[in-house]
Write a protein that binds this ligand. Structure first.
Ligand SMILES: Cc1ncc(COP(=O)(O)O)c(C=O)c1O
Length: 448
């Protein structure tokens, strides 16, 4: 084991990043004049400066310096077939030439809506929007409109996008100034996986509670899986009190052809999807049972719930989504999920061989590594993970040719092969070895 002092390890990793990605620094210095922080989404920023990508192909992205990096961010889950999937590219090119937007119903909307309703058990009808944020906003509005109640219960650590009423509580260390208190007055929260609290809060608020909104597992919150029976309990309790159950499957959809609800056999009243279902183009979808979605229907009500949006159902997005989902069939899901299982098995071996007591939460093609020494079942435990180690691991992996999400989240794509997974785990193993002296010095609670 190298006998380095921690500061040197950190310095070496940061120096390595600066040396390998000097053009990112140049691009950052230019961009920062026009975009605050040089990044147009909070998560793209990290120190010493964000990475700039020039282009992507298949499982890889390329930097301006010409470095090829294995992409395990996959656009935070939106790219399930990697970059430049030929079938998606073809329909986008052909589609855009023919004209992409008419503000009318289209064939593409029919094909994608039908595919989603055939696959996702909770979808009888759907509506298209442009982001996951919009999808949860409209699912919540639908629940409020059909029940005539205002309150919504969410899970602590559950992420449902950035609109006011759900953005306030997801992350630690994130400022949520600018959200009026009134926007969260009707939001309730219980810890994920706490069945007793869920049951109690639903029962106590049944008269004023429109819906429970939850991800089937906490995605952005750390890939925290549901305890056995938790989703079933949520279904049972909400049904008993005539409260709607909304599954936010924007992140979790990709674990099965019909989302987590198909995998776990729990059918909600309303569902939101996004990310992969747009084939890498911007999309959000919300939908559910006819009895609820009919509130938008001119044929069922004189004054339907208003739902507008200049880009809703954008034809090119519909075509890209249909192309991507058509090939995201049982075979493709089986393949990508097996890669995820292989990744997990090899990673756990690496933790053990390095004498580390750290966690890896995995389901299908999604895996989150946590610098925490206990099995993780709640969002609070995720918050205990050591940020310094995440930041260094992220930079160290970039230096080794792996493009990851800073908080230890890895997202696979169907174009990856076993050899890519093995090389990925080798590189994580090398990184853990590099960090080991620092862990021994400062974080010895993470040692076996
Ligand atoms: C579960 C979940 N809901 C909602 C969203 C928000 O989606 P978007 O970023 O498209 O607005 C995300 C995005 O990561 C998500 O993971």
């Amino acid at each position: 084991m190298p006998n380095q002092i921690p500061h040197q390890i950190e310095q070496k990793i940061i120096d390595g990043y600066r040396e390998k990605f000097p053009l990112s620094k140049e691009h950052h210095d230019r961009l920062i004049n026009y975009i605050p922080g040089g990044a147009t989404r909070s998560l793209s920023y990290f120190k010493p400066y964000p990475l700039h990508i020039s282009h992507g192909k298949g499982a890889y992205v390329y930097t301006h310096e010409g470095h090829r990096l294995l992409d395990v961010t996959n656009a935070y889950g939106a790219l399930v077939h990697g970059h430049g999937d030929p079938d998606v590219v073809k329909v986008v090119q052909e589609g855009i030439e023919k004209g992409s937007q008419y503000s009318t119903p289209t064939e593409g909307q029919y094909r994608l809506a039908r595919l989603l309703c055939e696959r996702v058990p909770g979808f009888e009808k759907v509506r298209f929007v442009n982001s996951g944020t919009e999808a949860t906003l409209f699912a919540m509005r639908t629940a409020r409109a059909v029940t005539g109640r205002d309150k919504i219960l969410k899970m602590a650590g559950g992420f449902h996008g950035t609109h006011d009423s759900v953005a306030a509580s997801t992350k630690k260390n994130v400022m949520t100034a600018g959200i009026p208190a009134g926007m969260t007055r009707d939001m309730l929260e219980v810890p994920f996986n706490d069945g007793d609290a869920l049951e109690r809060v639903v029962r106590e608020n049944a008269d004023t509670l429109a819906a429970v909104i939850m991800e089937p597992f906490l995605g952005a919150g750390g890939v925290v899986l549901p305890s056995p029976g938790f989703l079933q309990l949520a279904r049972k309790v909400t049904a008993a009190h005539k409260v709607l159950l909304i599954f936010d499957e924007i992140f979790s959809f990709r674990v099965d052809t019909g989302g987590c609800q198909r995998r776990f056999g729990v059918v909600p009243d309303l569902t939101c999807v996004g990310k992969v279902v747009g084939g890498g183009l911007p999309i959000g979808v919300f939908g559910g049972k006819n009895e609820y979605m009919n509130i938008f229907c001119h044929e069922h009500t004189k004054r339907p719930l208003y739902h507008s949006g200049t880009f809703n159902g954008y034809e090119t997005v519909m075509q890209a989504g249909f192309a991507a989902l058509s090939k995201f069939d049982e075979r493709a899901v089986g393949k990508i999920n097996r890669l995820g299982d292989r990744f997990q098995a090899r990673l756990l071996k690496s933790f053990k061989s390095n004498g580390l007591n750290i966690q890896s939460n995995q389901i299908g093609s999604l895996l989150n590594l946590h610098f925490v020494n206990q099995k993780i079942t709640t969002a609070e435990q995720v918050h205990e993970s050591v940020e310094e180690l995440h930041a260094l691991m992220h930079l160290s992996l970039l230096n080794r040719g792996v493009f990851t999400i800073p908080r230890g989240l890895f997202i696979l794509s169907t174009v990856m092969s076993e050899s890519e997974i093995d090389s990925l785990t080798d590189k994580i193993d090398e990184t853990l070895k590099e960090l080991l002296p620092l862990i021994e010095e400062k974080y010895n609670h993470l040692l076996l």
